[in-house]
Design a protein around this ligand. Structure first.
Ligand SMILES: [Mn+2]
Length: 597
């Protein structure tokens, strides 16, 4: 345990299970480094480990196993036969937009008539607004087909039926007391689901449903998947799904398909976002999570998600470029708004001492409701507390909040526990809610007290997950290259972190930013190569030491491709100097001398 930055960081490495590792190593012909990660992830037989390392599209479940598959198929094919208009209703985030685009493109390709809609965050809010139901009716739709939403829309489903429409829901959100009385409810979370995997996202459900239809209509599976995996991977990664099972299969193959996409809108997005330049020939889940996802989300946050939808639907290359450029601008604006709000919020948190509380609850007049969730997430990163950020409109005495949490504090439970004060819901780690503007101070007290009953000092410490303690020789170029088979990384399949003893820091080199020096390392044995490693945010701490000391390290190791050559690169996640071998720098010595009486 050591102090680092603002929080105490704790880490321990699990004991290596050498025998199991050796068995996987021998059976699969893999390095010890990869074997120890696999053992840590619970793989003890070579067969399941091999399936994990080489996920195959053939292992996706049969679409007919999706609950209500037959009903959904019948409704869609009946509308197609009759030439009836199908109203596709998505959502304003990446999952909602990609699933709406996938359904629309597929249904058009099989000869259906389609009108598509994604809700406006400010005007309609999350999910299905009753106005959308009347729009569908007004347009003459006979089938109301949802994606990424609808599983708790009882009122809206009844309204659509009363308006003479058939209703098919496809969704992946968890199910409440009962499901709406639609003509089909396709959701792998249903208790009666026989589908082998539950964690599909909205576009994942749409992708599998349409695959079932495609095969029935005589299309080749391979061609169908090639046409739609690019959309499926975007929603799956951006919706922060566990990248296990079918999501891992979709993501591994989808990333390749996205790189080679034939959709001019996605080509323009990859180009204008500079992801094509940045990815060096290989898209990773990271590019979706941190570059493409935020861009496709930005329009829904501060403008209209229909922009992202149109980009995914267009077949005109010139339009696509123009649309992707507009999305770049909106995303730049989003970043600017977020930065400003974050500065204001952090200033107030520190002034009001909220970082000492068990939960941070902070409200501001006119804060952009599309951005408060992002700011809440940043507060959790910075202050390691459940954070509620609230946009206040005093004129109407209304307020909308967004919250993010840490393990040990369940947001949806916290909101449900205060029904007189707030209404809303969500998940353990993310939630949305609304309340009366003049009751924000009351909510601050209530959530702080609720958190005080549930959290202890230990919950505010950052736990570093260490995959294994390894020796310097185990982290070779070939071994690190073999780790790439673990990708794509994401929830429930994190990039491994290794604890390493016996390394000497032989050099500390400045980079453009003094906060982030580059270290030169070598095993204390004096054998093996010199290795360069980035020490992000450790500049200040390291300025106290002279090179030549030993340290215990936590690292992530990757192979970096640059202009045709591939090099091993380490990122230092944490560094604990061995104080017996450390020389403090002169500056610190003289400062101490001056301070001494
Ligand atoms: Mn979703």
């Amino acid at each position: 345990m050591s102090t680092f930055g603002e929080h105490v960081i704790q880490w321990t490495a699990p004991v290596r299970q050498r025998e199991k590792e050796r068995m996987l190593q021998d059976a699969l012909g893999i390095p010890a480094l990869l074997a120890c990660v696999l053992v840590d992830r619970g793989f003890s037989d070579p067969e399941s480990a091999a399936t994990f390392l080489n996920p195959s599209l053939d292992d996706l479940g049969a679409p007919e196993k999706l609950p209500d598959f037959a009903n959904a198929r019948n409704e869609i094919l009946r509308a197609r036969e009759a030439g009836d208009l199908i109203f596709v209703h998505g959502d304003y985030d990446v999952d909602g937009v990609t699933s709406a685009a996938l359904l629309t493109r597929f249904l058009l390709s099989i000869g259906c008539k389609v009108k598509v809609h994604v809700p406006h965050r400010m005007k309609e809010g999350y999910g299905i607004h009753l106005n959308a139901v009347s729009d569908a009716q007004g347009a003459g739709a006979k089938l109301f087909l949802t994606c990424d939403c609808g599983v708790s829309a009882h009122v809206q489903v009844d309204a659509a039926k009363a308006a003479g429409m058939r209703v098919v829901i496809t969704d992946h959100h968890t199910i409440g007391e009962s499901i709406p009385e639609a003509h089909a409810v396709v959701n792998p979370h249903r208790k009666d689901s026989e589908y082998p995997y539950q964690e599909l996202c909205g576009v994942g459900v749409a992708f599998r449903l349409c695959e079932g239809l495609a095969t029935e209509l005589g299309f080749h599976k391979v061609n169908y998947r090639r046409a739609f995996l690019d959309l499926a991977v975007l929603g799956t990664v951006a919706d922060v799904m566990p990248l296990t099972g079918e999501n891992r299969i979709i993501t591994r193959h989808g990333l390749k398909q996205l790189y080679d996409t034939k959709k001019v809108g996605l080509q323009a997005l990859l180009r204008e976002s500079k992801v094509m330049e940045e990815c060096n020939g290989r898209l990773r889940a990271w590019h979706i999570g941190f570059m493409l996802g935020p861009r496709l989300n930005a329009s829904g946050r501060i403008d209209d998600a229909v922009r992202s939808l149109n980009l995914l639907l267009t077949s005109d290359a010139k339009d696509a470029t123009r649309m992707a450029q507009a999305i770049e601008e909106i995303n730049t604006q989003r970043k600017e708004d977020q930065k400003q709000m974050m500065e204001e919020v952090v200033k107030r948190v520190l002034e009001e001492g909220l970082q000492e509380r068990y939960a941070i609850v902070i409200g501001g007049e006119g804060w952009h409701p599309g951005i408060i969730g992002l700011v809440a997430g940043r507060l959790v990163e910075q202050f390691r507390r459940p954070s509620f950020v609230i946009s206040i409109d005093s004129k109407t005495n209304t307020a909308k909040g967004s919250a993010r949490s840490i393990p040990g504090f369940h947001l949806a439970d916290a909101i449900r526990a205060h029904p007189d004060l707030v209404s809303g819901g969500g998940h353990a780690m993310a939630a949305g809610f609304s309340l009366q503007a003049d009751r924000v101070p009351e909510a601050a007290k209530a959530f702080d007290a609720y958190a005080a009953e549930r959290l202890t000092a230990a919950d505010f410490e950052v736990m570093m997950n260490v995959t294994a303690e390894v020796s310097p020789e185990e982290v070779s170029f070939a071994a690190v290259q073999a780790l790439e088979q673990l990708e794509p990384y994401g929830i429930e399949n994190c990039e491994p972190t290794f604890a390493l003893n016996g390394m000497r820091i032989t050099g500390i080199q400045q980079t453009k930013n003094p906060l982030h020096p580059m270290l030169v390392l070598r095993a204390t044995s004096g054998t093996g190569p010199f290795i360069k490693a980035m020490a992000f945010s450790m500049g200040e701490m390291l300025s106290q030491y002279e090179p030549g000391f030993e340290a215990q390290l936590l690292i992530k190791a990757t192979i970096e491709a640059w202009r045709g050559s591939r090099k091993m690169k380490w990122d230092i996640k944490h560094l604990a100097p061995d104080l017996t071998t450390c020389q403090l720098s002169r500056e610190t010595e003289s400062a101490e001398t001056v301070a001494a009486p």
